[in-house]
Ligand binder design. Structure first.
Ligand SMILES: [Zn+2]
Length: 447
């Protein structure tokens, strides 16, 4: 989410545009599935498989092939082709023992736990099915995973839906990129960024791994991706724009729809990008994965900020200064502070920093298990019909009233015990859209 006022020094990036022509490599896999309909039938992938295919028992989609009717199906010439930045296309040659294949469609997703997209294909006179997605809407960045499954129908009405085919990626073959994968994350760096960026990102994620597990109860249900751009024009390209709008410089975006965070390397601070931004954004992916961001904005941002190893400045001191020189606005009333509010000191990021100190206070006093309990209650949604679900959860976890929680947190910060009276002001409601529209975190300057 945007967190800072706009930097006006965006001219400092002088980058050589290095366009490297790479032979277009089609991810070509040969998958042959033969099966007969009936209760005991199963698809048996055989033939010239590639490493891109993941066997049934590790397929994260856990949705086997499906058949209706009594046809025997064969599938060959299965290919995925990235046409980045213009989209991608799927090809396959299905045959049915009962008649020509008359319809074909493809479903795909970038993350097994997120929404799916679908496109209708065409079957030509030779029986070759083609389905094309052109990137005119709902644009996605390069290097997201593209997992997919085909559906076919023959002229007799028999149908066949393949299992999910995983391993394809929306490759940007117009430039030089490096891909690297650790136990925690898959990193893509555009040429211009160096191996050091990969090493640092791996280190940051490894360092945070025990905290993610302790505080969220488990690792993400999928391996997240960090797609790191060196050239800002490249970053703009996939979004289909050539300039930023609203005078803002978008530095990154994260959404669980992609299962990825994308970041532009704007300010020359490797440490901040790898040890600050990446763990912050990955924490947002956990929030999406576990409880769909169902919490106030100050919690969403303050909580993600808590996972930064390298911090932009001393967030806690800033809030302690607020307490000393001004006063701290109420946290647990209404929606609390908006993440980007300026605050009495006009430094911005009010909700981020107050939320950060609340996470510190909570975990210092009640341990990681209190955080985990909050996550689990949000995930279970036991209080979902309560208008102040989040506060009810805080009361349950701490055994204190909301007023007492606020009092203790304020006292810990050196503020007056009682929060100032909340003057009702119009606030931008932090509401995350329903899951059909995956929420996108634009990040400016830092997270
Ligand atoms: Zn954030």
């Amino acid at each position: 989410m945007p967190s800072n006022q706009l930097p006006t020094r965006f001219g400092l990036i002088a980058i050589t545009l290095s366009v490297v022509l790479v032979t277009i490599m089609l991810s070509t896999v040969g998958l042959q599935a033969t099966a007969q309909s009936g209760p005991t039938s199963t698809a048996t992938p055989s033939g010239a498989g590639t490493t891109a295919l993941i066997a049934d028992d590790t397929n994260p989609y856990d949705e086997p092939a499906e058949y209706s009717g009594d046809a025997e199906w064969t599938l060959t010439d299965l290919t995925f082709q990235s046409n980045y930045p213009n989209g991608f296309e799927f090809h396959a040659k299905p045959t049915s023992s009962k008649g020509p294949v008359v319809s074909a469609s493809v479903q795909w997703s970038h993350n097994p736990h997120a929404d799916r997209a679908r496109t209708i294909g065409e079957v030509d006179a030779n029986g070759l099915a083609t389905a094309i997605w052109d990137a005119t809407s709902n644009r996605v960045p390069p290097w997201v995973a593209v997992n997919y499954r085909w559906s076919f129908t023959d002229s007799a009405g028999n149908s066949y839906q393949t299992e999910w085919i995983v391993g394809a990626e929306y490759e940007d073959n117009t430039r030089q990129w490096t891909r690297a994968e650790s136990e925690d994350i898959i990193v893509f760096i555009e040429d211009g960024l160096t191996q050091e960026v990969i090493d640092m990102t791996f280190d940051a994620m490894e360092e945070r791994r025990p905290d993610f597990i302790a505080l969220f109860g488990r690792q993400l249900a999928y391996k997240p991706r960090a797609i790191l751009f060196f050239d800002y024009d490249t970053f703009l390209e996939w979004r289909g724009v050539t300039v930023n709008t609203n005078n803002t410089i978008l530095a990154g975006q994260t959404t669980d729809y992609w299962g990825a965070t994308v970041q532009a390397f704007l300010f020359g601070d490797l440490e901040e990008m790898t040890f600050g931004t990446v763990p912050h954004e990955i924490a947002h992916l956990y929030q999406a994965d576990l409880y769909d961001f169902r919490a106030p904005g100050w919690w969403i941002e303050g909580n993600a900020t808590y996972f930064e190893i390298s911090k932009g400045y001393d967030y806690e001191q800033r809030v302690r200064d607020l307490a000393f020189f001004y006063d701290i606005p109420p946290l647990l009333q209404g929606l609390g502070p908006v993440p980007n509010d300026l605050g009495p000191d006009e430094r911005g990021r009010l909700g981020y920093d107050m939320g950060y100190t609340f996470n510190e206070w909570l975990i210092d006093n009640y341990g990681p298990e209190a955080h985990l309990q909050i996550v689990q209650l949000l995930e279970e949604g036991v209080y979902r019909n309560e208008s102040d679900e989040f506060n009810v959860i805080l009361e349950q976890v701490t055994g204190l009233s909301i007023a007492e929680i606020e009092r203790r947190w304020r006292t810990w910060l050196g503020a007056s015990p009682e929060a100032p009276t909340l003057i009702p002001t119009p606030t931008i409601e932090m509401r995350f859209p329903p899951t059909v529209t995956p929420f996108i975190f634009p990040t400016a300057a830092s997270q």
